[in-house]
Design a binder for this molecule. Structure first.
Ligand SMILES: Cc1cc2nc3c(=O)[nH]c(=O)nc-3n(C[C@H](O)[C@H](O)[C@H](O)COP(=O)(O)OP(=O)(O)OC[C@H]3O[C@@H](n4cnc5c(N)ncnc54)[C@H](O)[C@@H]3O)c2cc1C
Length: 457
């Protein structure tokens, strides 16, 4: 595949470190967020700059190496790492530049969302991202980006103004509305299929403090609360986001001890509107007489980091997902049954709204096809103990299988494991042929295939 001489030449082209099996930091460098993933790459290039990324893409292509690209390393299926191949590790590319006057931010390809939130919060601004601050900007954005600001300002990709991309042939191009518009379209939802994004430029919105936190109800009321939530959230003002969770209350503050380890139904809210109008927005929630109503004023980055302690790196993760249009009573009844069987403290089911601003973008305007779905559902089996890997995986798989008949058919690519080509096609629907054509233009040899893969047309 490559000689010692080839490797020496490649190493000399890199400013960052090249890590190999046997090196002291090899195990640390190949470890990703999901401890269920145990892959052993042949080489890990800790890229220091765009030149390192170009050299690495060329080395992988010229020597026929399997190539993985690691952003934040959060992917459930472990798509930021591979066996036997080369990993382009972007964790050294962490620069961020906020332009407060233009309300935009430029973010290097290896940043985590907590770093972006920190930088933009200083100016009372934020970019729509997810709900956990340790997630990578790269993977989350390229798959779509669903989070606390979705109903008001859309998906992360709806706020992506441009991206610098190292292509399979080693060229660096900028994709935007005016430059490589086909690539710009494909990057917004099509995942890491088209190249290595070394820099993202996002539009920012005025978000400083928010009124946010969970409301919790006993699990015995899950069916009633889900039916209430289904009707409430779709009519709620777009300043109010709220994702529903069937979960177990963590045994820690700020939750009262009486609720610790109780299985409950919850909604995690984020109000970005006028604080003076928050009480009115939450009045219908209070009227349901929950066991706990926790929303309070806090800085947006604090909300983004609220789950980081619970979901620290190194847990076992197995998840399944589906988009849903509606929540019929029969589906709600099944949810209530599977929630009773939540296998571990960390396991949960979440329903993330993707209506509001996200639905005002047409399903063909970006690669993200499911603009008409109301929720992205995820069934997450999580536990620290590897001995429970089968238990959490089976629960998540069985749960999704039971609810799948009530789904829209496809799933959010960022919430999928390795589920095969048909599942990827189902998730892009009628956007798939166009994605395959863009893939043929930019990556005809499918160099970038450690992802939810789109085959070149
Ligand atoms: C705890 C947790 C919470 C999450 N919460 C949310 C959420 O609220 N909203 C949401 O939308 N998603 C969420 N996700 C899913 C998340 O979006 C995906 O796991 C995503 O793939 C993570 O991106 P990453 O860069 O950290 O991952 P990685 O494992 O590094 O990469 C994932 C994929 O993206 C590609 N990629 C990453 N960076 C680049 C780049 N710069 N250029 C080209 N390709 C790249 C990789 O090649 C790989 O195919 C969550 C995941 C976890 C584990």
């Amino acid at each position: 595949m490559f000689s010692d001489n080839d490797l020496t030449t490649y190493r000399a082209r890199l400013r960052g470190a090249l890590i190999q099996p046997g090196d002291a930091n090899y195990d640390q460098a190949r470890t990703v967020f999901n401890a269920m993933i145990d892959k052993r790459p042949r080489l890990i290039a800790r890229c220091a700059d765009v030149a390192d990324v170009i050299a690495s893409v060329q080395f992988a292509r010229e020597h026929g190496l399997l190539l993985a690209v690691r952003g934040g390393g959060h992917n459930g299926g472990g798509l930021g790492v591979c066996d036997d191949g080369l990993v382009i590790d972007l964790s050294g590319l962490r620069g961020i530049r906020v332009d407060p006057a233009a309300r935009s931010v430029r973010v290097d390809g290896g940043c985590l969302w907590r770093e972006v939130d920190h930088a933009t919060h200083a100016f009372g601004l934020a970019a729509p991202s997810g709900i956990i601050s340790s997630t990578g900007v790269g993977g989350l954005t390229l798959g779509g980006g669903i989070g606390h600001l979705t109903r008001r300002w859309g998906l992360s990709i709806d706020n992506l103004l441009s991206a610098d991309v190292v292509l399979a042939d080693g060229r660096l191009v900028t994709a935007s509305e005016h430059s490589h518009p086909d690539l710009y379209w494909a990057l917004r939802g099509g995942g890491g299929n088209f190249g290595v994004v070394t820099s993202f430029e996002f539009r920012l919105h005025p978000v400083a403090n928010v009124i946010a936190g969970p409301t919790l109800w006993p699990l015995a009321r899950a069916a009633e609360v889900m039916a209430w939530y289904r009707d409430f959230i779709v009519n709620a003002p777009e300043e109010l986001n709220g994702f529903l969770a069937l979960m177990t209350v963590p045994p820690a503050p700020p939750f009262p001890e009486a609720l610790h380890r109780q299985k409950m139904c919850g909604v995690v809210w984020c109000w970005t509107g006028d604080p003076a109008k928050a009480d009115a927005a939450f009045a219908p929630v209070q009227a349901t007489k929950p066991a706990l109503h926790g929303p309070h004023a806090l800085p947006f980055p604090m909300l983004q980091g609220a789950f980081d302690g619970l979901y620290a790196p190194g847990l076992q993760w197995y998840w399944r997902a589906d988009f849903v249009y509606e929540l019929p009573d029969a589906a709600i009844a099944l949810h209530a049954q599977y929630a009773e069987r939540l296998p571990t403290l960390h396991s949960a089911m979440h329903l993330y709204p993707i209506d509001g601003a996200a639905q005002r973008v047409g399903r063909g305007e970006t690669a993200f096809s499911y603009r008409d779905a109301r929720w992205s559902a995820v069934f997450v089996g999580v536990d620290p103990d590897p001995k429970n890997a089968a238990v959490i995986s089976n629960w998540a798989r069985d749960y999704q299988t039971a609810l799948h008949p009530y789904s829209a058919g496809g799933a959010y690519v960022n919430f999928m494991m390795d589920e095969g080509a048909d599942r990827v096609k189902a998730s892009f629907r009628d956007n798939y042929p166009r994605l395959a054509a863009v893939k043929r233009s930019y990556d005809p040899g499918n160099l970038f295939r450690v992802n939810q893969n789109i085959r070149p047309a």
